[in-house]
Write a protein of this length. Structure first.
Lengths: 75, 361
């Protein structure tokens, strides 16, 4: 059975709405990521994923775009 | 702000900002399409990841430069269309509320203030950090759907949809379009801005994605500074139109007159039959001479000789007398100023970018 987790990340370096969309677009390509919602205003990303994606995968996908990311909470 | 300044804004600030971020969305879209042609099977997740990695690293396997021109051109064409249409709408809206010189000045002062606040927010000034314009989630989803479409016209669609995700620089240019005073002026402002973003878009957003990746997270400071400059220029434009003594040209004139004495380049009025005529020229470079002298107590006719006058230079204002006159591109326009008391009378273009004064002695 597949279980899903939600992680909230603090993302630094976003300067407009396009940055948030770029991050969501990239996270959608990460195997195991079910959904993601990123806000440039809140400087946060909320990512729901299954066990195929680790927090490190998610952080790496965001940082590959040139932003800085750090998990702040997880459930 | 004239169109050359808007073009430079697009070329420098807008180009970098748009190219690094929207270019990333476009590059990933093209990579996905290259990896999985529209007629082929549904995209598997691993192949999409590989496609993105190819996009981010500039891998040559997703086509040569010639092949890439079509989707990049499609994106830019879509972006140009949506931004030009919005510019026309904003310009038309601005024209309806531009009741007088003073309202026009107020509009520009407000636009300048908003742009400065955006810039300070972008720079992370405490208390302003939360002032960020973020499109509604539904708009974001629409853009994301365009970015992930497999349709052949998807790049053009993404370009059209990019109007929904403006960065601070784009918002500032939209504010300028609002103050341009006409649908045509607004459309031209936005179109020139998008055209200005195109070269850097092609280079940074596409051919040098690695560089764009490295810069992306550091753009807040660059765009914040660009916004501050634009905001100050726009705010000063409002001061010029309002005839404020704090406007840059008035301050500069004061400085010049105190440091060098009388302006030797100034012209004087021609007096005949108890009437005087002051002539100035309006060309594509602005108004000349910058200072003209006239006599107090004698009625003044201001003759503005247009010679290939373009853009906002044709919108001639004398704020203190509430005069607003549209000049022809070529030809003479006579404006009765009446009998004036000693002092300085400032005039400016409708955007406050080009100015001059008449000194009444």
């Amino acid at each position: 059975m597949t279980t899903s987790n939600t992680v909230e990340l603090t993302v630094q370096g976003m300067h407009c709405g396009s940055c948030a969309l770029l991050i969501d677009d990239a996270l959608t390509d990460v195997p195991g990521v079910i959904s993601s919602t990123t806000s440039s205003k809140a400087q946060r990303s909320t990512v729901t994923h299954d066990q195929r994606a680790t927090h490190a995968d998610i952080v790496a996908a965001i940082e590959a775009l040139g932003y800085r990311a750090e998990p702040s909470t997880a459930s | 702000m004239n169109l050359t300044a808007v073009l430079l804004t697009g070329l420098l600030a807008g180009g970098v900002s748009c190219a690094a971020v929207q270019g990333g969305l476009l590059a990933a879209l093209i990579a996905r399409q290259r990896r999985v042609p529209a007629s082929a099977r549904p995209v598997s997740v691993p192949s999409r990841v590989r496609a993105r990695h190819a996009a981010e690293s500039g891998s040559p396997r997703w086509g040569g430069f010639g092949d890439d021109l079509v989707p990049v051109g499609g994106f830019l064409a879509g972006k140009l269309i949506s931004h030009t249409v919005l510019g026309a709408l904003l310009g038309a809206l601005g024209a309806t509320v531009r009741l007088s010189v003073h309202v026009s000045a107020a509009l520009q002062l407000l636009a300048g203030t908003v742009i400065i606040v955006f810039g300070l927010a972008q720079l992370g000034v405490p208390g302003l950090r939360r002032i960020v314009v973020e499109p509604p989630a539904s708009m974001g989803k629409l853009v994301l759907r365009s970015a992930r479409s497999q349709a052949a016209f998807a790049p053009g669609l993404l370009g059209l949809a990019s109007i929904l995700i403006p960065c601070g620089v784009t918002l500032s240019v939209e504010a300028l379009a609002l103050t341009s005073g006409s649908a045509l002026g607004g459309a031209a402002t936005m179109a020139v801005f998008v055209i200005g973003t195109s070269p850097l878009f092609a280079v940074l957003g596409y051919a040098a994605r690695k560089a764009a990746t490295a810069w992306r997270g550091r753009l807040a400071v660059a765009t914040g500074l660009a916004l501050l400059v634009m905001g100050v220029i726009t705010f000063n434009g409002g001061l010029e139109v309002a005839g404020s003594p704090l406007a840059a040209s008035r301050l500069a004139a004061q400085f010049t007159s105190t440091s060098t004495g009388a302006n030797t380049a100034a012209a004087t009025s021609v007096i005949a039959d108890g009437h005087q005529t002051v002539q100035i020229n309006a060309t594509s470079d602005g108004y000349s001479p910058s200072t003209t002298h006239a006599r107090a107590g004698i009625p003044i006719t201001l003759r503005v000789h247009s010679d290939d006058a373009q853009g906002c230079i044709r919108s001639f204002t004398v704020p203190d007398l509430n005069v607003q006159q549209i000049l022809p591109a070529s030809g003479d326009t006579e404006i009765e100023l009446g009998t004036l008391q000693p002092g300085t009378l400032a005039y400016a273009c409708g955007m406050g970018m080009y100015t001059g004064t008449i000194t009444i002695n």
